[in-house]
Design a protein around this ligand. Structure first.
Ligand code: 9WO
Length: 231
């Protein structure tokens, strides 16, 4: 899968995308992510990409043209129209189910706004969908874009070290994770649950499923109800 990110802060994105599992996925060509600096596409002689809002008010608004030209350059490079997303608190909130659908797409374009927003006209022209990662306001769309890339990337084949991690998640679909333990077997007088040391795989699996149900019922009754209603 290919993802192109249009932003005024490509180094901020690149820093996150070069580390850990995402960095390895890119090296192994499981995932291609390109960060584009919108400022490289301005025709303004002072490299401006923002201006004062019409009608007044505080702050600055990102101009339509540099964003449009940045997007056109990407579309010309690939030759097909990607699925085009603007990260915004006005969007529909990202879920695991939507992330799964996005992971099946061959090419995604992510636009990150900054300052007080983006000229509405360029959104009308080049954006297919607005996505929010939660009901709060940030200083820009970069962190949400990186959250989206992270959750989509881990569903791509070859990205997670063991495929069983992903299979197991779908196994307990819609439930929260069971508690995990590692060595030592006793720490601060706390023992690891006996069943996990037993080597009895069916009992371990049953225990984990029961724990998932309990944790979900207690911490996220909304998810627990969804789970019961889907069964
Ligand atoms: C700033 C502002 C100032 C005065 C009046 C209204 C205003 N709205 C905003 C605003 O929404 N700024 C945004 C900051 C502009 C686009 C990028 N920004 C952003 C994206 N903040 N939060 C997100 C975001 C995206 C996805 N999911 C959660 C939050």
């Amino acid at each position: 899968m290919r993802i192109d990110i249009a932003t005024l802060f490509p180094e901020m994105c690149e820093a996150v995308l070069s580390e850990s599992i995402l960095g390895r996925a890119r090296k192994n060509n499981c995932l291609t992510v390109n960060c584009h600096n919108i400022r490289d596409y301005t025709l303004d002689k002072h490299n401006r990409v923002d201006d004062m809002p019409y009608g007044g008010g505080r702050g600055m608004v990102m101009q339509a043209d540099p964003i449009y030209r940045c997007y056109q350059a990407i579309e010309a490079q690939v030759g097909v129209v990607p699925h085009r997303i603007y990260l915004s608190p006005k969007g529909s909130v990202l879920t695991q189910a939507r992330a799964c659908e996005l992971a099946a797409m061959p090419h995604i374009f992510l636009l990150c706004g900054h300052y007080e927003g983006v000229d509405e006209r360029v959104l009308e022209e080049i954006i297919d969908e607005e996505i929010s990662i939660g009901d709060y306001v940030l200083t820009g769309g970069e962190l949400p874009a990186l959250v989206l890339v992270d959750t989509v990337a881990r569903m791509l084949p070859g990205v997670l070290p063991e495929t069983c991690c992903f299979e197991e998640e779908s196994h307990f679909h819609g439930l929260l994770e069971y508690p995990q333990y590692t060595r030592p077997a006793v720490w601060h007088d706390k023992k690891v649950p006996e069943v996990l040391l037993s080597g009895h795989h069916q009992n371990v699996e049953d225990w984990r499923f029961a724990q998932s149900l309990m944790v979900t019922r207690e911490k996220r009754p909304d998810l627990y109800m969804d789970y019961l209603n889907k069964k």
